[in-house]
Design a protein around this ligand. Structure first.
Ligand code: URA
Length: 299
């Protein structure tokens, strides 16, 4: 009798022979594989999990594994811990976010990386916001103040929101990664989060979006765009149009730090502003003629 696992092995070996090194597993495939694994050990298959996306349950899976890892005898130590389930409790949005926050604090896959600092900076803002902004990871000052975008980049962000007629309290601000990435001999210097750090916290970010259900998400910078949309492209290529993530509109724009690094040039300011005008339109905010004209070259 041909067993399903033999068919799977044959398929993976054929893929490997073609030079394929990674296979993508969706939630259904992971459940099936888990069942096969449990049965092969003579155990009971676990009860099926509800299909994603379910706003109350999210799962974190290790990054796609090489085909040969799927075929191994299980003796290797995995570089990323096994799948861990995130269960969202609470009734209101605020309670659900609080439940996420509690779990993020001791999130085993993140701890296992050993590359993040100890102070958590989860998010800030209005759980009922129509706009959610996503950055990279907390930095020195954010860690000190316990809130995202508390430093100079945050001041720029506050200015952008003000120009839109909004305050920080009206929006929801979060990051891909909830702890400041550590670096050797670290003082005030910051490091970009790496792919593993982003991957372990992605279920939280997705759950935050499912809970808040904003009208739109603004991805600040290339890293946030890649983390959210899986698109490894420059902001120049991704901005200026709407993207979609599980039914939520996503606008990519330059990170406020980019604005500071570019010396605040007029063209970058205008491009960010055009993205913000699109966001204002999306949430039906009134736009004055003066606002329409911000950062346009003087005639
Ligand atoms: N502070 C944050 O919280 N996120 C960023 O991306 C940058 C600064």
């Amino acid at each position: 009798m041909i067993r399903p696992v033999d068919v799977l092995l044959e398929f993976l070996q054929a893929e490997q022979a073609r030079g394929v090194t990674h296979v993508h597993l969706d939630e259904a495939a992971r459940v099936s594989l888990r069942e096969i694994f449990v049965r092969s050990k003579g155990g009971q298959a676990p009860p099926p999990r509800p299909p994603s996306p379910d706003p109350t349950v999210a799962s974190v899976a290790p990054p796609p594994k090489p085909a040969e890892d799927l075929l191994d005898d299980g003796n290797d130590v995995p570089s990323v811990p096994a799948a861990t389930e995130l269960v969202v409790g609470g009734g209101t949005r605020a309670e659900k976010l609080e439940s996420l926050k509690r779990q993020a604090k001791n999130w085993a896959p993140a701890k296992a990386l050993g590359s993040l600092r100890d102070v958590m900076v989860f998010s800030e803002g209005n759980p009922d916001a129509r706009i959610m902004l996503v950055g990279e990871a907390p930095r020195h000052q954010d860690e000190r103040e316990g809130k995202p975008f508390a430093g100079p980049a945050g001041q720029k962000l506050t200015d952008i929101l003000k120009a839109m007629g909004l305050t920080r309290e009206e929006v929801y601000i979060s990051n891909l990664v909830k702890f400041r990435p550590s670096a050797p001999r670290q003082t005030t210097n910051n490091r970009m989060p790496n792919a593993e750090e982003v991957a372990v916290f992605l279920p939280f970010l997705r759950a935050e979006i499912q809970i808040i259900r904003p009208t739109c998400v603004i991805a600040l910078g290339e890293k946030a765009a890649e983390g959210l949309l899986g698109l490894a492209e420059s902001v120049a290529n991704l901005r200026g149009t709407w993207h979609e993530l599980e039914g939520t509109a996503v606008r990519v724009t330059y990170h406020p730090s980019h604005l500071m690094q570019s010396g605040g040039d007029q063209q970058t300011k205008r491009q960010i502003w055009e993205d913000m005008l699109a966001v204002m339109e999306k949430i039906d905010l009134p736009i004055s003629t003066k606002q329409q004209g911000y950062f346009l070259p003087k005639a």
